[in-house]
Design a protein around this ligand. Sequence first.
Ligand code: GCO
Ligand code: MG
Length: 409
Amino acid sequence: MRNSIRKIRCILTAPAGIRLVVVKVETDEPTLYGLGCATFTQRPLAVVEAVEKYLDPFLHGRDVAEIEDIFLASQVSSYWRQGPVLNNALSGVDMALWDIKGKRAGMPVHDLLGGKCRMAAPVYVHAAGKSIPEVVAQAQQHQAAGFRHVRLQVEVPGQATYGTASDLKTHAQVDGPTTPHNIFVPADYVRIVPRLFEHARSELGEELELLHDIHERLPPPLTMQLAKDLEPYRLFFLEDALPPEEIDYFRRLRATTHLPLAMGELFTNVHEFLPLIREQLIDYIRVHLSMIGGLTMSRKLAALCEFFGVRTAWHGPGDTSPVGHAANLALDLACPNFGIQEFSPFNQATRDVFPGCMELRDGAVWPNDRPGWGIDLDEALAARFPFPDHPYNGAWPAIRQRDGSVVRP
Ligand code: GCO
Ligand code: MG
């Protein structure tokens, strides 16, 4: 039996204080609908426009079964394509259609992708803090809770360091190179991080897998130096060592260090990551599924990586809805070349808004095996967690060096 698209709309919610955008595709069958993640937390309102003003009218009446054609037709309907806003809009629809396909088939999406080749997806979680002992203490708690992979991030005292929840000032407080700003000094950072790992290895033992995220913040020569300095501590991988604008430098980084390299959360276009995979310059691809257009594109990327020996480590931050995490998990379970999954545990409000959230236990996420993503969305409850007030709707303030120049993430 054929089902067609009746309405496509966005649901905005922030049960953990983080702006999430979920797309709901409704069909001509009132009880049949799908959910997709379209979370671009720095530009959520732009994604809503792209979905509701463009994709909804464009796709009205289309057969829900035709995912591949809907993806391609939607993608080229803007003529100019790729880029995070349009890709997130595509992802919202694309994932929702996979959800619908699963519901119609009575199967979880990982079954549609060929079925499980593992029971659950081992995850890495974050330990971060203002001082080295604080980070190590957090890692110990994770270890005691059964996690086997932990990412360590430490604040450079007084600086706006990625991942350490240091308070960022907004543009309203600081607004340009000649005014006070959020400071980050790359040279200070590359001095402190090896000390963190030296201490962590001696306190945490040899077995815990340790990771680190540079968050694309270093100029290439400092990245090379940091990679060399971290080698004695046997990292599981070094994450996002360079910004996408500097990816040619991966050839030299690869030749310099034997640390496993993971890259990709900022990628939005297949042509950015193709050379890294083809030349085996990275070991893990960590694209954010909705940023490249959703599951349809990501499952092809996973298969491409498989043939080049590159493993998956899909981006799984707090600014991914549980629906997006479910899409990560479907690939994690079904792809032979799974590497690791980044995971940000859900708070209770998120679990309430999204009934069916996957379970986190024994250092892994476990599927619930219900049809589609197996996750629902309580719209009335979602509305009780509106986006937090923000002077510019979630956009990031600049991080600058002492001289006022912008630091690129
Ligand atoms: C990670 C990421 C995130 C991003 C965030 C941006 O490794 O999880 O670096 O923390 O910074 O997703 O919105
Ligand atoms: Mg990262």
